[in-house]
Design a protein. Structure first.
Ligand SMILES: [Zn+2]
Length: 265
């Protein structure tokens, strides 16, 4: 516990120092995000202290003894889907990625600080991928498996490549788009919008307050439009500008050559 706070304190000092050096709000925002991430990663390690560990080429998988027979399945799919994401983005994460397999819903919710009653199968949180045991998936999870890790790995890779400097709709839309490319799964496919439920501005400013089904579907459609209009090189150039701290709207127009407000007209 102390280690986390000590490290956090040093990061905070570094953040303040950088802020005075560069006078850049982005620098202090990412320093705060780093502190939070590091404290939360320590907490996740603590609450999974008794878990077993399986190391693969690119992953460190923490799992309970109840998942001894499912961990190879997790490892195989995670490696397979990482190869897809790494190929698409031309990026290989340099450190091993931690996956925590929680034996039940309650422990997953505790780890992710979720309120109870949700239907989350997995999430990217604090630099870590968390999933619920494949034993608890049911039909829905079996169907989602082929894109489950890819979705969370897209969040992780974007966080690495673009420094987390983008609105939620952009990362959720791109994660859903990756699932769509790899598996054909399309979020809310049978639900046809008569008109777009939210503006890009609403999605940007208050994503978590919106109807999540509609917000995810619209994010997917917007990102699909972006990816069909732009080359992957342009999108990677956007990531680079974001990583440097440029505002999303400005970086978007500079790298893709059109403005955000042209989308979803
Ligand atoms: Zn997501």
């Amino acid at each position: 516990m102390f280690g986390g706070f000590k490290r956090g304190f040093i990061l905070l000092l570094a953040g303040i120092l950088l802020f005075f050096v560069f006078g850049n709000l982005f620098v202090i925002k990412s320093a705060v995000a780093n502190i939070y991430g590091s404290i939360e990663r320590n907490r996740l390690e603590r609450i999974t202290t008794g878990y077993l560990i399986k190391d693969t080429e690119n992953f460190r998988i923490k799992f309970s003894s109840e998942d001894l027979e499912t961990v190879d399945r997790v490892a195989g799919e995670a490696e397979r889907q990482l190869a897809l994401a790494a190929d698409y983005f031309g990026y290989q994460p340099k450190d091993k990625i931690t996956i925590i397999v929680y034996p039940n819903k309650e422990d997953l919710e505790k780890g992710l600080r979720l309120s109870s009653g949700g239907t989350t199968l997995g999430a990217y949180y604090a630099g870590t991928i968390s999933i619920i045991s494949p034993k608890k998936w049911g039909i829905e999870g079996q169907e989602a498996e082929k894109g489950l890790y890819l979705h969370e790995l897209t969040h992780l890779i974007m966080d690495d490549m673009a420094g987390g400097n983008y609105p939620v709709w952009f990362t959720e839309g791109l994660a859903l788009y990756q699932e769509y490319l790899a598996t054909g799964f399309e979020w809310g496919k049978d639900y046809i919008f008569k008109e777009q439920p939210y503006t890009v501005r609403e999605l940007t400013l208050q994503f978590n307050k919106l109807d999540q089904f509609l917000a995810y579907k619209q994010s997917f459609l917007i990102v699909k439009e972006i990816m069909e209009r732009s080359s992957i090189e342009e999108v990677l150039a956007l990531f680079q500008l974001l990583k440097k701290g440029q505002a999303f709207e400005t970086a978007f127009a500079r790298s893709l050559g059109y403005s955000l407000s042209e989308l979803q007209q």
